[in-house]
Write a protein that binds this ligand. Sequence first.
Ligand code: TUI
Length: 309
Amino acid sequence: MKSKITELLNIEYPVIQGGMAWVAEYHLAAAVSNAGGLGLIAAANAPGEWVRTQIREAKKLTDKPFGVNIMLLSENADEVARIVVEEGIKVVTTGAGNPEKYMSQWKEAGIIVIPVVASVAMAKRMEKYGADAVVAEGTEAGGHIGETTTMVLIPQIRDAISIPLIAAGGVADGRGMAAAFMLGADGVQIGTHFVVTKESIVHQNYKNSILKAKDIDTRVTGRSTGHPVRAIRNNLTREYLQLEERGASFEELERLSLGGLRKAVVDGDVNNGSLMAGQSAGLVNNEYTCKEFVEKLVSEADKLLKINQ
Ligand code: TUI
């Protein structure tokens, strides 16, 4: 399945794995790249040297292209921005902010830069600053999110920019992928379904929470702090939302959520951990290998798209 994205990234299928904090480490990234998509290592809040080690380990497991996702709220973002250049990374995606200040440094190093955006304005701005493509992420996605749904965001961004466009948020099967292409996307980015793949190092309890989640089982916390985050509802989201309703301070909310992802991913604490996941959790019902999942996804999408040709 060819598109502007397979051409740009020199990959087999136009499928990118989300840059999920704690989840997207080198085993998953290498498995997705070996399956023909683009795997990503998520730098999240980690120190630069952790990212460097991850990159070197991924290179041992795959000869295919893979990328690094840089979370721009991290205090280590400057350091990671430099390390991706030093380590010869070919593709960088960014999240949760504006990557303008790093753009020239990355472009000079020949890095393909793909910012994740959640609005038309930001997509246009990224194109102007030299982005090679954008990931447009709808509010259905997991983790830190914007306001607009994928259904309305993708066609509006398609009309506003000329660079390749990758749709994210709510895509978990071939139907979602085909729909994203019909809306004007050239590729998809998927997070939630990759959390439960066989190669994902995530605690089985977290995987099981996604597998049993239904359509209405996610909640968005953090709207009061300006950092909305979607996760599967549990004791943590319930307490957080109650605190927000009572007008709790940023510090109080931070205290409750600190270390939440680690609790979920490493300890398997499904009650008090942060089970970040998108609304597509309700569509995720099987644990596949990355290769099985990517091939199923692409063949379903391909079949649906051919009907429309
Ligand atoms: O970044 C994500 N998803 C994430 S980051 C993350 S770690 C975190 N944990 C708690 C609080 C905050 C972060 C967990 N999930 N997705 C990509 C994404 N980027 N979604 C939305 C955006 C975005 C938002 C605003 C991109 C640009 C932007 O622009 C702001 C500006 O500077 O104009």
